[in-house]
Design a protein around this ligand. Sequence first.
Ligand SMILES: [Mg+2]
Ligand SMILES: [Zn+2]
Length: 173
Amino acid sequence: MKIAFLDRDGTIISDYPDQEWRNKLEPEFLQGSMLALKKLTILGYRLIIVTNQGMINDGIITDEQFRRFHGKMLKELERQGIEILETFYCPHRIEENCTCKKPKPGMIKQALEKYPTIDLSESFMVGDSACDIGLAECFDMTVYGIGLQPNEISYAKYKWVASLAEAVEDIKE
Ligand SMILES: [Mg+2]
Ligand SMILES: [Zn+2]
């Protein structure tokens, strides 16, 4: 099974400064991101979201708030015929020293445990933060970085793109 591992905020939907997330009720899809997800599905990729949500244990949003907001996003995608196989999220603060906060490998490890047929050599990651690149690097996996300058990243399997849509254009079947 080949997987597109996707960051959520700043990759599929808009991201905001932490404090502003308090008031966000509706996901705002980034230009072209839905179509890009659809194309990935057509290319035979299953979609897994891996997202850091330290805001939860920071007390900015509650777990329930996260789930409600995320559920709205999933529903919207479903309406477009796009299925997210699984979402893994890390609610922890840095100080908690968990094993799942990107760039730590925990969330992809969880994915591999739950779906042993995942083939990482055929999979890739897309994200807009250095931690997304670091996560992919843990697994020697191709990674597309949205807006992250190549000279800031020293990982050989890193590719710069301007958007999720642009990453998907680069993906071959
Ligand atoms: Mg992000
Ligand atoms: Zn964690």
